[in-house]
Ligand binder design. Structure first.
Ligand code: 5GP
Length: 197
């Protein structure tokens, strides 16, 4: 069986990367890793589905026990990818998506250079500000803070394999699926040739 591939999807808050990921996992062989976080649960979010919600102490204990593939502090909270589930899914030949911010993404790339990094950007900063306002989750000061964070995140773009503009959800999902298909084909070809040697 062909080994699964790992995809990292990042992008500033408000680019719609969560919506893109929710569309991707409608495909049979694409799975989203569930992260752990110390931030409070928002209305509509589910334990074990959106995130594993932990205390700061529990999170730090998981770090100590080397249970995290990566972790980062974002907006004053810990966010991290539990290692075991990702490893199991990859072994089982699945495509695994990590929807994580750029600091964590770069750490994963160091450990697993074969991971494919995709950065999703909004069509413009004006549009990003409008989307954040429409979402209504943050006040104006918080929105400006997110845009400030986005500046650092945009500067990380050259380290990603692909940059996709999310101006139309369907196109953005299609483009991501094309990247996943091409990566699976790369893996299949490599494994075939190696098995013949
Ligand atoms: P939110 O609080 O809006 O759900 O997420 C805030 C940021 O944390 C987003 O950019 C999201 O992609 C990122 N994030 C979610 N899970 C993880 C994770 O496991 N590791 C890292 N490094 N970032 C994460």
């Amino acid at each position: 069986m062909t080994k699964g591939s790992l995809f990292i999807i990042s992008g500033p808050s408000g680019t719609g990367k969560g919506t893109v990921c929710n569309e991707l996992i409608k495909q049979d062989n694409i799975f989203l890793s569930v992260s752990a976080t110390t931030r409070d649960r928002r209305v509509g979010e589910k334990e074990g589905v959106t995130y594993y919600y932990t205390s700061k102490e529990q999170f730090e204990d998981m770090i100590k026990k080397d249970m995290m593939l990566e972790y980062a502090v974002y907006g004053g909270n810990y966010y991290g990818t539990p290692k075991e589930a990702v490893e199991k899914m990859l072994k089982a030949g699945k495509n695994v998506i990590l929807e994580i911010e750029a600091q964590g993404a770069l750490k994963v790339k160091e450990k697993m250079p074969e991971a494919i990094m995709i950065f999703i950007v909004p069509p413009s900063i004006k549009e990003l500000r409008e989307r954040l306002k429409k979402r209504g989750r943050e006040d104006d000061a918080e929105i400006e803070k997110r845009i400030e964070t986005a500046k650092w995140e945009f500067a990380q773009c050259p380290k990603y394999n692909y940059v996709l503009v999310n101006d139309n959800l369907e196109n953005c999902v299609e483009n991501t699926l094309d990247i996943i298909k091409a990566t699976n084909e790369r893996q299949r070809i490599i494994e075939k040739l190696l098995s013949e040697m």
